[in-house]
Write a protein that binds this ligand. Structure first.
Ligand code: 5GP
Ligand code: MN
Length: 336
């Protein structure tokens, strides 16, 4: 693991603090993914086995992606904005900054104890107790280790949630973060009851037809820049309406862009209400989180996201210019 500036305790220290609590809320980030929801639910299952009162919160009052609804406990997620109960502790998982906590940040400011378990590197801790390991392939691998520190027996529910986060954050064990530790932990999770085939079917072979129609439009807008080393595409509000598609239906599309031979950085932009959401992925060592940060976003070196408050054509122009300026020359330099 890497010791980061925002780490100020150990998982053992966090386990000890959690054991002293009676009521806890667990929150993740806005636009929650498999690692976020998987981390929240895995930890909630474990704490409930210890007799704790636990509420899992959604940063925004928006439904979760339907392909994560199979996760045990997903039906009990509560929007942070409608939660007004008292908690001894707010645990933030898979989320490094107050802005990404959405409606749960109010609770972070008033909870007697705040805890972060995460794998996103940021300069500052937002919680009193903070454990961040950017080398961890998923936050669920840290939760998995925390569950052991809590002295809770693993079970199929905990394993299913943990495995789902690990599978999704490693892009089905294909990204750079799918290292030996990730496989070793996946093996433990499977031994404890996670069913890789069933989980994979729920998450990846469960697309609405609308998502596939949307893919056709995304492909029709595809731009291959810099001799094909940058793939850029976009979807407008009209595109979503034409396909009867919603936000979640666009999630798989960044992977279509990155699957193209020769592409080193992929960028997918889509209009969501008044803003444009962007996803960036790198197949080489380009730091796309640095690009995302320039636009107020963030994430990991190889997978990052951003939100732009400009009209879609402007967002496309801005990202195109940025990618051509910085990724293009690196491609030429590498003889790609
Ligand atoms: P995605 O493209 O799937 O939305 O996000 C990829 C990664 O970047 C995830 O780890 C996510 O947490 C992170 N991320 C996405 N959008 C943002 C953002 O606006 N700000 C920050 N700090 N991280 C983001
Ligand atoms: Mn994650």
């Amino acid at each position: 693991m890497t010791v980061t500036p925002q780490t100020n305790t150990t998982l053992e220290g966090i386990a000890e603090a959690l054991m002293g609590c009676t009521s806890l809320a667990i929150c993740g980030h806005v636009s929650p993914d498999g690692d976020c929801i998987g981390s929240q639910l895995a930890l909630a299952h474990a704490l409930r086995k210890l007799g704790k009162r636990v509420t899992c919160l959604l940063a925004k009052d928006e439904p979760i992606d339907p392909n994560l609804a199979f996760l045990p406990g997903a039906d009990k997620l509560v929007p942070a904005s409608s939660f007004d109960g008292y908690v001894d502790c707010l645990v933030a998982v898979d989320v490094p900054t107050p802005e990404r906590l959405g409606g749960a940040d109010v609770l972070r400011r008033r909870a007697p104890l705040t805890v972060t378990v995460d794998h996103h590197a940021v300069p500052e801790a937002m919680s009193r107790l903070s454990y961040t390991d950017p080398d961890a392939a998923s936050t669920t691998t840290l939760i998995w280790r925390l569950v052991e520190q809590l002295g809770v027996d693993y079970d199929a529910d905990i394993a299913t949630c943990a495995y789902t986060g690990l599978m999704t954050d490693t892009g089905r064990f294909q990204y750079q973060n799918a290292d030996a530790a990730a496989f070793a932990l996946a093996s433990q999770m499977v031994a404890q009851g996670a069913d890789p085939g069933a989980i994979s079917r729920e998450v990846y072979q469960n697309r609405r037809a609308a998502s596939v129609y949307l893919e056709a439009l995304a492909i029709s807008h595809l731009e291959l820049l810099d001799g094909g080393c940058v793939a850029l595409s976009w979807l407008s509000a009209d595109d979503f309406a034409t396909c009867g598609a919603d936000r979640a239906d666009a999630e798989p599309l960044i992977d279509v862009l990155r699957s193209i031979s020769g592409v080193r950085v992929a960028c997918m932009l889509r209009q969501q209400g008044d803003v444009v959401r962007g996803s960036l992925r790198a197949k080489d060592d380009t730091d796309v989180a640095a690009i995302a940060r320039e636009f107020g976003g963030g994430g990991h070196r190889a997978a990052a996201g951003l939100t732009l408050e400009v009209p879609l054509p402007e967002a496309v122009d801005q990202l195109r210019a940025r990618l051509v300026r910085d990724v293009g020359p690196a491609c030429e330099g590498a003889g790609a």
